[in-house]
Design a protein around this ligand. Structure first.
Ligand SMILES: [Zn+2]
Length: 328
């Protein structure tokens, strides 16, 4: 029995007892797993170079264990990349990080001794600059893009590289940032790209098609046979709003929990994916379908289309699960 057929088999057994395995795994993905820092270095810590004494240590001095904060952070990063779901790091006082030759006893530990750990929890993004051109990213990256560090609370950021001469991150930074965080947790850190553009045909569709997830998804699915395979969950639609602010960011991220693409009425499209090729491909497929839709629609004589039965047949053949909310 292959790995996937074992999972299918297990899921069918659980289903008999009323447990939906996919839902269970999805809710588990949202629950942070607490990981103890001392699993990285045998309870050694950094506030003392003396050997361990007393109570709980039991793991022994294994070869190659982390001996510096940098090593334990690298090990944790590797472990986090392999352990599914959200993680919390449980940090003991003995993991305080002192500057060279500094030492204070545990009753004198201050927040500054954990600053490096707070930094470790920060997230980094590459973002394009506001008013910059994609064409120049490859020619002049320092002025066109930047690496931005977000603090652990996610409420402030600073540029750590690029965006030179006072350039600022894209005006849609709130939406990009919020969607990164939504997609990251919804996909177990797999989605790394949020891409926003103004594809003309899709924007044109927002003048002729009702602004609902169903109307857009159905129109696009029916416009090219590849569409239900490329975006089987469908697309979401955000009604017209002033761009650049929190309101539109919230509305978009609500949709991005469910979909990989969100249409902004009379404005453009947001897409997300594991890498830039996949994400660009999704944007391109949607825009191509929109172009076909507009051509057919403007001819004024559509006499046939891809039916729901056809869509179900495609899904079956290509092994994708179509969003049933959009089928009749
Ligand atoms: Zn825009």
């Amino acid at each position: 029995m292959s790995f996937t057929s074992r999972i299918d088999y297990a899921a069918s057994v659980y289903e008999k007892y009323g447990v939906n395995v996919e839902n269970a795994i999805n809710s588990l993905k949202q629950i942070p797993i607490s990981i103890h820092c001392w699993q990285g270095d045998d309870v050694g810590g950094f506030d003392s170079r003396e050997s361990l004494s007393g109570g709980i240590q039991a793991t022994g001095n294994y070869p190659g264990k982390a001996t510096t904060p940098e090593q334990i952070m690298q090990d944790l990063e590797k472990a986090f990349s392999l352990i599914p779901g959200e993680k919390k790091l449980n940090l003991h006082t003995s993991y305080a990080i002192f500057v060279e030759n500094e030492f204070v006893d545990r009753n004198e530990i201050q927040p500054k001794h954990f600053e490096k750990w707070v930094e470790f929890a920060n997230e980094y993004f590459i973002t394009t600059g506001s008013g910059k051109f994609f064409r120049n990213v490859i020619l002049d990256p320092e002025h066109s893009i930047g690496i931005v560090k977000i603090n652990d609370k996610g409420d402030s950021w600073k540029v750590v590289w690029g965006l030179e001469n006072g350039a600022r991150p894209t005006s849609e930074f709130p939406t990009h940032f919020m969607n990164h965080s939504v997609k990251k947790s919804a996909t177990n850190n797999e989605y790394r790209v949020i891409y926003h553009a103004h594809p003309a045909n899709l924007i044109a569709m927002t003048y002729t098609t009702p602004l609902t997830d169903k109307a857009f998804t159905k129109a696009l699915w029916q416009s090219a046979t590849e569409c239900p395979v490329v975006f089987p969950q469908g697309v979401g639609v955000v009604e017209w709003m002033v761009p650049g602010g929190t309101e539109i960011a919230m509305a978009t991220s609500k949709l991005m929990k469910k979909y990989d693409a969100a249409v902004w009425a009379h404005h453009g499209l947001f897409c997300s994916g594991v890498d830039f090729d996949i994400t660009f491909g999704l944007m391109h497929t949607i825009e191509k379908a929109a172009e076909i839709y507009n051509l057919a629609f403007s001819s004024g004589k559509i006499i046939q289309t891809i039916t729901d039965a056809n869509l179900r047949a495609i899904a079956k053949e290509f092994g994708v699960c179509l969003n049933e909310d959009f089928l009749d």
